[in-house]
Design a protein around this ligand. Sequence first.
Ligand code: ATP
Ligand code: MG
Length: 386
Amino acid sequence: MKALISVSFGELFLKGANRKQFYNNALSHIFKNIKSIGYDKYYTESAKLYIEADEENFEAIIEQLQKVFGIAYIDIVYRTEKNEEDIFEAIKKSIIDAYGKKELTFKVQTKRVDKSFKYQSPEFNMLMGDKILDEFPNLKVDIHNPDFKVFIDIKNNAYIYSKRYAGLGGLPIGSSGNGLLMLSGGIDSPVAGYLMAKRGMKVNALHFHSYPYTSLKAKQKAVELAEIMSEYTGPMNLFMINLSEIYKSIATNCDRRETTILSRRFMVRIAEELSEKYEYKALITGDSLGQVASQTLESLSVVEEATNLPLLRPLIAMDKKDIVDLSKKIGSYEKSIEPFDDCCSIFAPDNPLTKPKLHYIKMSEEKLDIDKLVDEALETIEIIRI
Ligand code: ATP
Ligand code: MG
C-alpha cells in the first residue's frame, strides 16, 4: 500500500479539442509550483493525475495545488492491489488518518473503471460498508447525506480515499486565450492578473520603469510580484520597458497636469505593439472606478481610445478593501506595500487632470513624435521568463 496525491480536474479538462493543451499547461504549472518542495514521480491514470512524494511533504504540495485553477479536487489516496484484503486495509488507514474515532456517518462509493474486477460496484459498496461497520463502532451508514464518503476507484490499481480537499475552481489556464497585464508595483494589478487567470486566461505581464530616475529596486519589485502571481497564473513572460524618455518628452512639451493621462496612452500603445508580436488578445489593468484621478470615467475612456485591443479591468467595480483582502489571499500584499519609487512619483503632477478631454489630449500629442517614442521605448525591452 502506498500513499500518494491525486488531482481531479474540472470538466473543461476532460472534453473539447484543446484538452491536451490545457492538461499540459496545468502540468507545467503544477510542477513549477511543487518543484522546490520535491516529488518522486507522477503519472496519469484515467483522467486523474497521481503524484508520488515524501508523505511529510503532502501538506505543502496540496497547498501549492490549491493555487492551480481548473482543479476540482485533491485527495490523499492509498494505492493497493485489487483484492478485498488490501483494499480494506487501505480503507481502515484512510478513515483513521482523516477521522480518528469521531462519531460520523459515511457511504462507500466504488467506481469501476476496470470492468474485469470481480465485484459489481453496488455489491462491493455493501461488502466494504459491512466491514467498516464491524471495524468502526463510531460510524454509521447514511447513503443520502453522509458526513464523508469512502471512495474506491478500481483502475489498473485500486485507489482508496475518504477526505477531499477542494481545488481553487476557475477555468484551466489557456482556455480563454492570452492576455497582457500592465503590472505596476501597486496592490491592484497583481489582483487583476489573478482574476483573469481564474477565468482561464494565460496572463503575461508588462512593467514600465523609469530607470535611472527610479531605482533598480523598483524593477526588482515587479519581478518579485510577477513571481508571486505566477504561482496562480503559471509560467509567464515579464516584459520591462523604460518609459523615461517618454516622460521627459511629455515634461518638455506638454502641460504637466496631462502627464498621467498621456503616459497611460503611451503604455497601452506599447502594450498593443507587444501584443501583436506575441499574439496576446487583450490588455488587463488594475483600474478601479474612482480610486484615483486616472480612474474617472473620462480618464478611462481617453486611455482606452489609444488602443484597439479590449482593455479588461476586472477590478473596476471592486472596493479597495476587497481588493486588499484578495491580495492578501494571493500573497502579493506584503510585497505590494513595500515602498518604491513609481515613475509617477517623479514625473507626475500633484494635481492631475481628472476630466481630460480627448480633443485637448490629442492636441498635446501633436507636439510629441509618438511613433518614434513608442519604437524607442520598445528598444529598451527586457524579457524575463518567470
Ligand atoms: P496599482 O495598485 O496596480 O499600481 P493604482 O491604484 O496605483 O494601481 P494607477 O497607478 O492609476 O492605480 O494605475 C492603474 C493601472 O495602470 C494599474 O493597475 C496598472 O495596470 C497600470 N499601470 C500603472 N502604472 C504602471 C506601470 N508603471 N507599469 C505597468 N502598468 C502600470
Ligand atoms: Mg500604481
